[in-house]
Design a protein around this ligand. Structure first.
Ligand code: PBG
Length: 317
């Protein structure tokens, strides 16, 4: 009989476990999604996402103050406008554009990513205005308005074909070629976006998003989507959601040299909170979730857990 291998000595105590650990979380891993509403002094809880709020720009700055001190390096901004209408999406004084300016001024070193989509602005709640290519023109206009306000990076989340190319050209024509593009390249038609649609008021009025977001059954197609976006000029790509698509993250990281960003979406957040029963109790499940996403190959994670994760890392220090 051959000698058997002993694994348990590697797990005997925390020092041993630490020595054998393969994956570590750090503050720079997290990108915090912020929902912005018009007005002043507003901090509204999102009922479907315990611990998550919508902020007016001034209150968002206050919140960021704390988080930047704890090591937050990057935010992604979502606008929730009072008035619907796609022209609201590229107004120079729109909610996102004004917030970008305020955040940039206060935190010059914080990376500002802006979500580029029109689903919070269209009366239909869809991410397009009917025609694919006309939607791309519109998205380029929205991206340009964010870039002019000072965004470091724009993140198109609509899943129209060719939008990265349209945005890239538009930015270059306006001497804003330095602004990065992080595309939602592999975004699936998922049931895990429910709570976000409450927060961003962007649920489609009729139908679903299956004619533009990807079929959950496809992985090779995700590689094609990613390749196309990189060829059009994306600097980094998002796989979304994260947990049901860890295989896609794993394959994307092996196949492409660019940063692969995982979006740990609203439904995944709500699921972890529901299982653990509260914010405080959710820490172990949160850590396991975030580590698993990173282990799969994600370079960065967009997550509503960012504040709690930073808190956890600061406490461990
Ligand atoms: C809008 C958008 C969605 C999310 C990010 N941008 C919703 C959707 O496509 O329906 C989902 C984020 C989340 O669930 O946390 N284009």
């Amino acid at each position: 009989m051959t000698e058997f291998k002993r694994f348990r000595c590697r797990r005997a105590d925390e020092a041993a476990r630490l020595k054998h650990r393969e994956t570590f979380l750090s503050a720079a891993d997290f990108i915090w999604p912020v929902f912005l509403v018009e007005g002043m002094g507003i901090r509204q809880a999102v009922p479907s996402m315990p611990g998550v709020c919508r902020y007016s720009a001034d209150r968002a700055l206050k919140e960021l103050e704390k988080l930047v001190r704890k090591g937050l390096r990057s935010v992604i901004l979502f606008g929730v406008p009072k008035k619907k209408g796609v022209e609201q999406a590229y107004r120079r004084d729109g909610i996102v554009q004004r917030s970008i300016r305020a955040v940039k001024e206060r935190f010059p070193a914080l990376e500002i990513i802006s979500d580029v989509c029109v689903c919070s602005y269209t009366p239909t709640g869809h991410c397009h205005i009917g025609d694919n290519d006309r939607t791309c023109e519109l998205l380029a206009e929205v991206a340009l308005s964010h870039a002019e306000a000072g965004a470091d990076c724009v993140a198109p989340s609509d899943m129209m074909d060719g939008r990265v190319l349209h945005i890239k050209r538009r930015l270059r024509e306006n001497r804003l070629g330095r602004v990065r593009i992080m595309s939602y390249a592999a975004k699936y038609a998922s049931g895990f976006y429910g709570p976000f649609r409450d927060a961003a008021e962007c649920a489609p009025k009729s139908g679903d998003r299956k004619s533009y977001q990807m079929d959950p059954a496809n992985r090779e197609e995700a590689m094609e989507e990613i390749r196309a976006d990189l060829e059009e000029g994306a600097d980094s790509v998002i796989v979304k959601p994260a947990l049901p698509y860890l295989d896609v993250i794993y394959q994307a990281k092996r196949a492409f040299p660019c940063p692969v960003i995982a979006y740990n979406v609203s439904g995944e957040y709500a699921m972890v909170l529901a299982l653990s029963g509260g914010l405080r109790e959710s820490v172990p499940l949160m850590e396991e979730t975030l580590v698993s996403i990173k282990r799969a190959g994600a370079d960065r994670i967009i997550t509503y857990f960012a504040p709690a994760a930073l808190e956890m890392l600061n406490e461990k220090k």
